[in-house]
Design a protein around this ligand. Structure first.
Ligand SMILES: Nc1ncnc2c1ncn2[C@@H]1O[C@H](COP(=O)(O)OP(=O)(O)OP(=O)(O)O)[C@@H](O)[C@H]1O
Length: 260
């Protein structure tokens, strides 16, 4: 298993803030695997995502190191596809779906419009949008929330990035659509052998498909490890609380001992 990136003692403090949003984070991200970054609101998950994508606001103070295999950080949109929580705000209401999905391939791969539109249709088919040829000509408001998020994923994949970073990508969707989108992401990254960084507050959702979990609280990495090890023997009381808060009479236990 090769390493995509080594994060060492990373601290990030926003310009107007006295305290760091992330403090002394050390974490390895394995290439071609699925890492879930888990934490409650304000724990620093999106800050980590922005740092990895090179999208922090100006004057943010960053200390520590991020070493990327290959030396240079990935270019967002080209090497690193981004999917955020709210598909409505990721899509431009006055551009067709085709234009928006094709844009990444045009801008980052240098395809002409005709080829980029063909790539867009291929991507819409890959994210299992029915009648992709017609959807190319549709506008975002003509689609459901789940379809819009599939479109955003298609746009993120249009330049064929090697990393997909999904920040609360399913949180705005209902539970059934959420499960479909997670299954889709899982299939897509397996097929293309991409690295998936899946950010969520939902440990149960993440545990279903991530290879590794990294648990954050108050800007600190509480623990990280293979999903099965973290579930079977959480090292931190906080992780145990997260796991136990997902146990109820209708869901199967995540922790073996909790079943007894
Ligand atoms: N642009 C910003 N300027 C100043 N402070 C910020 C900025 N973005 C985030 N913060 C602060 O940094 C801390 C971490 O926020 P972050 O968004 O990374 O957490 P999160 O775990 O992603 O939370 P959520 O799930 O609510 O998005 C919070 O205290 C937040 O208020």
């Amino acid at each position: 298993m090769s390493t995509l990136c080594e994060i060492r003692d990373l601290s990030v403090t926003y310009d107007d803030q006295p305290n760091p949003a992330l403090g002394h984070v050390t974490l390895d991200i394995a290439a071609g695997r699925r890492l879930a970054i888990i934490g409650e609101s304000g724990s620093g998950k999106s800050t980590l995502a922005r740092t990895l994508a090179g999208l922090l606001p100006p004057r943010t103070r960053v200390t520590g190191e991020i070493q990327w295999t290959g030396g240079t950080p990935p270019c967002p949109g080209r090497d690193l596809g981004l999917v955020f929580q709210d598909p409505s705000s990721s899509l431009n209401p006055v551009l067709t779906i085709g234009e928006q999905v094709a844009e990444g391939a045009r801008q980052h791969v240098g395809l002409g419009w005709k080829q980029a539109l063909a790539r867009a249709q291929e991507m819409l088919e890959r994210v299992r949008i029915a009648q992709a040829d017609q959807v190319l000509r549709a506008y975002p408001h003509q689609l459901s929330g789940g379809q819009r998020q599939r479109v955003v994923i298609a746009a993120a994949l249009a330049a064929k990035p090697t990393i997909l970073l999904a920040d609360e990508a399913t949180s705005a969707l209902d539970v059934v659509v959420q499960a479909e989108i997670v299954a889709l992401l899982d299939d897509l990254v397996r097929d293309a052998q991409m690295t998936l960084i899946f950010i969520t507050h939902d440990i149960a959702l993440a545990s279903g498909f991530a290879d590794r979990l990294a648990i954050f609280k108050d800007g600190r990495l509480m623990e990280a490890g293979p999903t099965a090890s973290v579930l079977a023997a959480p090292a931190q009381g906080y992780t145990r609380t997260l796991l136990q808060s997902h146990l109820d009479l209708t869901s199967p236990p995540l922790v073996e001992e909790a079943a007894t």
